[in-house]
Design a protein around this ligand. Sequence first.
Ligand SMILES: [Zn+2]
Length: 147
Amino acid sequence: MIVFDLACTCGFTFEGWFQDRQDFEKQQSTSFIECPECGSHEVRKILSPIRYQSPGSDMYSQPQQHCTDTVSREDAEKALETLQKFVAENFEDVGADLAKESLKIHYGISEPRNIRGVTTDSEEKKLREEGINLIKIPMPTSNKGVN
Ligand SMILES: [Zn+2]
């Protein structure tokens, strides 16, 4: 799934969930997107970083407007594949140094960037105590991915 921040001409902003960018463009061009506040179709996308959500993750708050369609297993698998590809291409693999690097970035010692890797349970607990939340997704190569 892909999340876009959307804004209506009435000033209301909300999150829209789409399968992918094409799905968003299709829905926008057919005026399928409706402002939950005033019902207008004059909705545009706010330029913002795209956030991905791993299936089953409850780390993000629920969208204000969510789709009533049930997500099929196939769609969920496709979304996971997209996520895995995104992480593999955009996140630097620091392997077992993930906890160390996360802390360095947290305290401004290292350049802020997207990193991925593996942690032990105790490292993860320590990070959480520091206010760093890890997003865990299953990766196709079990020994190299995010745990
Ligand atoms: Zn509106």
